[in-house]
Ligand binder design. Sequence first.
Ligand code: ATP
Length: 293
Amino acid sequence: MDPLMPPPPIRRIVVDAPHVVVPAPEPETNGAVRMRPRVTTDVVERMRVEELTITYGPKVAVNGVNLPVHQGEVLALIGPSGCGKTTLLRSLNRLVELTPGAARGGKIVLDGDDVDAIEVTSLRRRISMVFQQPNPFPMSIFDNVAYALREQGSKRVKRAELMAPVRNALERAGLWDEVGDDLDRPALRMSGGQQQRLCIARALAADPEVLLLDEPCSALDPRSTATIEELILQLRESLAVVIVTHNLQQAYRIADRVAFMYLGELVEYGLAEDVFERPQHTRTAEYVGGAFG
Ligand SMILES: Nc1ncnc2c1ncn2[C@@H]1O[C@H](COP(=O)(O)OP(=O)(O)OP(=O)(O)O)[C@@H](O)[C@H]1O
């Protein structure tokens, strides 16, 4: 049996009105096992969005969202297609501004500072992003990771001097043991899972405070997905991680907190166990129960 997908237990869930107990729809998530549940005691807020609204012309993609992002935790943004997850994620490091017609209202705060007051290149170093499709540069493994360091002002630095930080990033991404003796190999010759971990290493080379992951496993096989999920859990110790995922089992396995969005609005936010097992809103219960996708 696939250890990632044991059969779902039978359960019942309670929705909005406490006296109403409805049978759960076929659960999407209950088969998954929480990989490393965390009991969060001291919470340090790394980021916060306040009354965040993002529009594309007349289209309101994100509508008045308030949400904290905590250090040392994985926050999963979940919700049906088109509910605004990616838009919200891309707003955190101001990438969304690159989309023609996009406009933002509300405030985004990183370590107490309004992100609008932070120089954008430096902001994107502090808040790195990894995308759905692995997108290594067509250069060697070494140069992919060194790229971020060279961009940071080490352009003329010799390879030997970059070796330590490159190695550190590859180790943090769980790749060093696999590629450490072959750093000149073209990155595009790596497997898909390795390429995605290389992209994570590249993101980590800039030593970010927040790591944004937009469906990072959707192009990967189950084994590579499991490797990256374990990696995310290790990384959260030193970072804040925000992940967009369609895969509810994945969110259940790795998220500390979950934000469920629907039609641009934040419907429910809380500890992953609560959102999945004791949702407060009918819409959340339906979604995590697999009634719609
Ligand atoms: N560049 C754009 N121009 C116009 N509308 C857009 C643009 N990008 C996204 N949208 C719209 O904004 C809304 C939110 O999109 P977004 O991609 O953030 O949702 P999502 O929840 O990430 O969806 P998915 O899970 O399918 O990736 C959708 O209605 C989408 O069609």
